[in-house]
Ligand binder design. Structure first.
Ligand code: RIB
Ligand code: CA
Length: 314
């Protein structure tokens, strides 16, 4: 069996690429999905998470998470990136995968307590559910094997504001709680994902050789490519969410900088992640006492894509 993981997700086109990969890869044992608002409403992202479980063909529980950030007003959904339905118009109407009783935060707590030291959390949406779980049960920080977060931007601009990456911008206060907890966090932000370009040719291969799920991903990706072409000016997509998973099973493809990370919670830089390399001096308190975060600052983009294609076309 592969590494036990729990994915907290706001599907989302790149979330779909990540989850169908995780469900197919022998490197992972997906113990569940928890949904979060973000790329669409909580009702839509929960529906989409259940649809992905159907497509993955595994009995993987789904728990519904928060509809809003901890305290701030929810930001607008990025319909120009992921479409009204989060899947570029291709969200299936019918779903079968059941929804578990209780909240996502409760499901996270129960799962970590049931498998102490064995489960890695993989949040690939806003961090509200993870912060709620920490607030309700601070002991989970010692119980998780680790946390691999898609989010943040350290040495590069953000993607929703000049300062902030989308998942952190959606709930900066939650992110500050998660980066500050005493657990082992890997931060897979834009510094790394901007070095992982997914091309239309890559997706054509997934469509041709990846079966029904490959055809679904190719259809949903049309909207994602159109956004990158028309708004960002790129003829490829940044491969965000799958990279947080691939960092776990192929650590050789990423360069890490051990750091402490803090999040700007207010003002025009809200959602900015600031990293201090742990060996660097600071005269300011509040940094060195924080948990160590492995910030991925470089990626072997071709290596990441080749690995993904190998799994999805096997
Ligand atoms: O910034 C990229 C992140 O924002 C990804 O998780 C994507 O799904 C969007 O939510
Ligand atoms: Ca996401």
């Amino acid at each position: 069996m592969g590494e036990k993981i729990l994915i907290d997700t706001d599907p989302g086109i790149d979330d779909a690429f990540a989850i169908l990969y995780a469900l197919k890869s022998p490197d992972f044992d997906v113990l569940g999905l928890t949904s979060i608002y973000g790329n669409a409403s909580i009702e839509q992202t929960t529906h989409n998470a259940r649809a992905l479980v159907d497509m993955g063909g595994q009995a993987c529980p789904v728990a519904q998470g928060a509809a809003d950030p901890l305290t701030i007003e929810r930001r607008a959904f990025p319909v120009m990136v992921h479409g009204e339905d989060g899947f570029g118009g291709f969200s299936p109407a019918q779903i079968k995968a059941p929804l578990v009783q209780g909240s996502a935060a409760g499901f996270i707590i129960d799962t970590l307590r049931a498998h102490p030291g064995e489960v890695t959390l993989v949040p690939i949406g806003p961090l509200t559910n993870i912060a709620l779980a920490l607030q309700q049960a601070p002991d989970i920080a010692q119980l998780a094997k680790g946390v691999s977060i898609m989010g943040g931007a350290v040495n590069v601009n953000g993607n929703v504001t000049p300062a902030a990456e989308a998942n952190i911008y959606d709930d900066p206060e939650a992110a500050e709680i998660v980066f500050g907890a005493p657990w082992t966090v890997t931060m897979l932000g834009l510094d790394a994902t901007h070095q992982v370009p997914l091309t239309r040719a890559n997706v054509a291969r997934i469509e041709a050789d990846g079966g029904m799920n490959g055809r679904f991903l190719a259809a949903a990706a049309v909207q994602y490519f159109d956004f990158h072409a028309e708004v960002v000016g790129l003829d490829f997509c940044h491969f965000h969410d799958p990279s947080a998973l691939i960092a776990l099973c192929r650590p050789d493809l990423f360069t890490r900088q051990p750091s402490s990370v803090r999040v700007v919670c207010e003002g025009f830089a809200a959602g900015k992640t600031i990293a201090k390399p742990i060996q660097r001096f600071t005269a300011q308190p509040g940094w060195d006492e924080r948990a160590r975060v492995e910030v991925c600052i470089d990626a072997d983009g071709a290596g990441v894509i080749n690995h993904y294609l190998e799994v999805m076309t096997a």
